[in-house]
Design a protein around this ligand. Structure first.
Ligand code: ADP
Ligand code: AMP
Length: 215
């Protein structure tokens, strides 16, 4: 099962992708996570991507397409994969189509999570992530038992640099201008589902399971 998660920043793509990975074992491929790691490691790619990310802009297509090309060739993707945060432009979606043809596979379901911007601002400014295992939290909605400490592995929680209100607004603008149209792009394939992402995490997951179970 090959899945794509679409939706604005904070819609719950990473949260839901992690739940699918946990239950079904398909690897979660987050271009945002891969880029943040590259920034942390100060690789050539990370140094190139950092200023785009800090400003809430998209990293150039060729960089993220290169990331996905490498990652989808890994053996663990043969059993299926979940794309979280890619594609974000039509050019990326077209490049993905060509790559999947070459690999002899396809996307089975595209899940587009819809959430209003006011709610997204609350989600993003309260988001915290474990430095060690990547587990996601929210200071109000899903707080850890002990403040600042991951309940799963004991790692330290951090707030992403781009989750401040100013950068968040820019990311919404970029989403509306460059990514939102992907809903229209994939709806033509008959494998596209838009779903309400405002319900609780488990309720959204239940809907996703219904959809992927029927696919
Ligand atoms: P995305 O990957 O789409 O940017 P995340 O999955 O990281 O978004 O979710 C953003 C924040 O919102 C996180 O703090 C997460 O815990 C919280 N969150 C995700 N889904 C829900 C939900 N259904 N209800 C409430 N909070 C949620
Ligand atoms: P995310 O973790 O998905 O919220 O992504 C964080 C940031 O990484 C984005 O604001 C972009 O700067 C960059 N990024 C992640 N995925 C992509 C992508 N597919 N195309 C371009 N930039 C991306």
């Amino acid at each position: 099962m090959n899945l794509i998660f679409l939706g604005p920043p904070g819609a719950g793509k990473g949260t839901q992708a992690k739940k699918i990975t946990e239950k079904y074992g398909y690897p979660q491929i987050s271009t945002g996570d891969i880029l943040r790691q590259a920034v942390k490691d100060k690789t050539e790619m990370g140094l190139k991507a950092k200023s785009f990310m800090d400003q809430g802009k998209l990293v150039p297509d060729e960089v993220v397409i290169g990331i996905i090309n490498d990652r989808l060739h890994d053996a663990d993707c043969k059993k299926g994969f979940i794309l979280d945060g890619f594609p974000r432009t039509v050019a990326q979606a077209e490049a993905l189509g060509i790559l999947l043809d070459k690999l002899g596979t396809k996307i089975h379901t595209v899940l587009d999570l819809a959430v209003e911007e006011d709610e997204l601002v609350k989600r993003l400014t309260g988001r915290r992530t474990c430095k060690k295992c990547g587990m996601g939290y929210h200071i109000l909605f899903t707080p850890p038992a002990k403040e600042g400490v991951c309940g799963k592995c004991g790692g330290e929680l951090y707030q992403r640099d781009d989750d401040n209100e100013g950068t968040v607004k820019k990311r919404f603008q970029v989403y509306r201008e460059q990514s939102e149209q992907l809903g229209g792009y994939y709806s033509k394939t008959g494998r596209y589902k838009k779903l309400d992402g405002t319900a609780g995490i488990d309720e959204v997951f239940g809907k996703i399971e219904e959809i992927i179970g029927a696919a």
